[in-house]
Write a protein that binds this ligand. Structure first.
Ligand code: FAD
Length: 429
């Protein structure tokens, strides 16, 4: 007979681990198990393209909690097994190793897998991605023999990896298909700032550049052929072109999925007792333009959605309306982002980018929508409270770094408290 759990969690990443933690914090006394296909206990993924890649951080320091913690809160860890089939009608989950488990509640927190390069040579040895500890260990093992490294994709992960590798003395080329880096997530002002920084550190940055083919020698990548016919030497290629959400098992079970598992404001999927959280969950986000349905790939979202699902399971539901935030470390630059800049119609640079301490504020229809802060924690802390207030703000005041952002928070000048205002805007949450 299959062992059964009151709550079975698939995915031992940020979202899965936090779902278990929040369930206990909210007083859930039933049995909990986490199934994960990696061999490790849940760990932080962000250092993979930062301090773990550079060798500055040991893996043990990346564990979300020490091993003893999971025993203390009575959560069964089932690592090294992959969930394959979900049978909602029988509330059973089956794994590729033949094991199966019953569940009263299922939380799907399976994240995503890196998109591969779909060009000839994309599967050669020496072509890497950065999603797991195993990925970075494989890169680390080859690094001593790699001199020319080509990073495909100028998003956060590609740029973070480039920053680390160039500091390790490698000759690094970044290939970005669009006309600027970070095009999907930030405004042009921020993109151009990061482009200048990477060029100044010696990265060969190629915009509007697509890979046509990877050429190998004895099965190992040796060069990259570009769309324009140019060729670059490459002992190693790192592909950072986004992820594909892991939804296949749920889709096969008839659960509504598109680019992610479709969930409602309580992280409930289209079938009872099955929830989805984190990178794989497609939800209506009040901070997206017009409250659109999106997936968010961030630690904030993984943790806050885990909390949302846990609350729903313990019978104290609260709609998901957490304010998005994110960070990225490159060289001596800490970027902190609050809100979502997608769909902005005005960008205001606050401060002087040449000082490497400034912010870019994004407005939509004259209202504060999001901010990117470079080495500017003060702006970030205040802006986290401004995002979502829909405060109409004067562009001149925003552009003046001598005017603290906190003075513009409604509660700070006698208006409605920011958080309350955000809740009002986002309806009932
Ligand atoms: P994951 O952390 O990916 O966890 C999903 C887990 O499920 C994985 O262990 C996966 O192997 C497992 N799994 C998948 N399918 C199955 C299955 N069928 N059966 C069992 N297990 C399965 N976010 C930030 O906010 N700031 C950053 O600076 C930042 N940097 C990042 C750097 C890197 C290199 C990466 C990869 C991500 C970064 N992120 C960052 C994003 C952040 O790490 C993710 O948003 C977060 O990890 C999502 O958590 P998750 O639990 O949804 O998915």
């Amino acid at each position: 007979m299959s062992p059964g759990f009151d709550c079975l969690i698939v995915g031992a990443g940020h979202a899965g681990a936090h779902a278990a933690i929040f369930l206990r914090q909210h007083g859930f006394t039933g049995s909990i198990a986490i199934i994960g296909d990696e061999p490790e206990l849940p760990y932080e993924r962000p250092p993979l393209s930062k301090d773990y890649l550079s060798g500055a951080k040991h893996f043990e320091r990346m564990l979300l909690r020490p091993a003893a913690f999971w025993a203390e809160i009575n959560v069964a860890m089932l690592p090294g097994r992959r969930a394959e089939v979900v049978e909602p009608s029988r509330q059973i989950l089956r794994c590729t190793d033949g094991s199966s488990y019953g569940y009263a509640n299922l939380i799907w927190a399976a994240g995503g897998r890196p998109r591969s390069l779909d060009c000839p040579g994309g599967d050669l040895a020496g072509v890497h991605r950065i999603r797991s500890r195993a990925d970075v260990d494989a890169i680390g093992a080859e690094l001593p023999n790699a001199r020319d490294i080509c990073v495909v994709g100028g998003g956060y992960i590609g740029l973070e990896a480039a920053a680390v590798l160039v500091k390790l003395g490698k000759r690094v080329t970044v290939l970005e298909a669009m006309d600027r880096v970070l095009a999907r997530v930030a405004g042009a002002e921020l993109s151009h700032f990061y482009e200048r920084e990477h060029l100044a550190h010696g990265v060969d940055l190629r915009l509007n550049s697509r890979v046509r083919e990877l050429i190998g020698e004895r099965g190992h990548v040796a060069s990259v052929v570009l769309d324009n016919g140019g060729t670059l030497p490459a002992d190693m290629v790192i592909v950072g072109v986004g992820i594909v959400p892991n939804v296949e098992a749920l889709a096969a079970a008839g659960i509504a999925c598109g680019d992610g598992v479709e969930v409602d404001e309580f992280c409930r999927t289209s079938v009872p007792n099955v929830y989805a959280v984190g990178d794989c969950a497609r939800h209506a986000n009040a901070f997206a333009p017009d409250g659109g349905r999106i997936r968010l790939e961030s630690v904030q979202n993984a943790s806050d959605q885990a909390n949302c699902a846990a609350r729903a399971i313990v019978g104290r539901p609260q709609p998901y309306c957490a304010s998005p935030w994110f960070w990225s470390d490159q060289y001596d630059l800490r970027l902190q982002t609050a809100g979502l800049s997608t769909g902005h119609d005005q960008a205001i640079v606050r401060g002087d980018p040449t000082t490497k301490m400034f912010s870019v504020i994004y407005l939509r229809r004259g209202r504060f929508q999001a901010i990117d802060c470079v080495n500017n924690g003060k702006d970030f802390v205040a802006a986290k409270r401004l995002v979502g207030t829909q405060t109409a703000v004067s562009a001149d005041r925003l552009a003046d770094p001598r005017t603290p952002l906190k003075e513009m928070i409604p509660s700070a000048n006698g208006g409605q408290p920011a958080a309350q205002d955000a809740r009002a805007r986002h309806g009932d949450c």
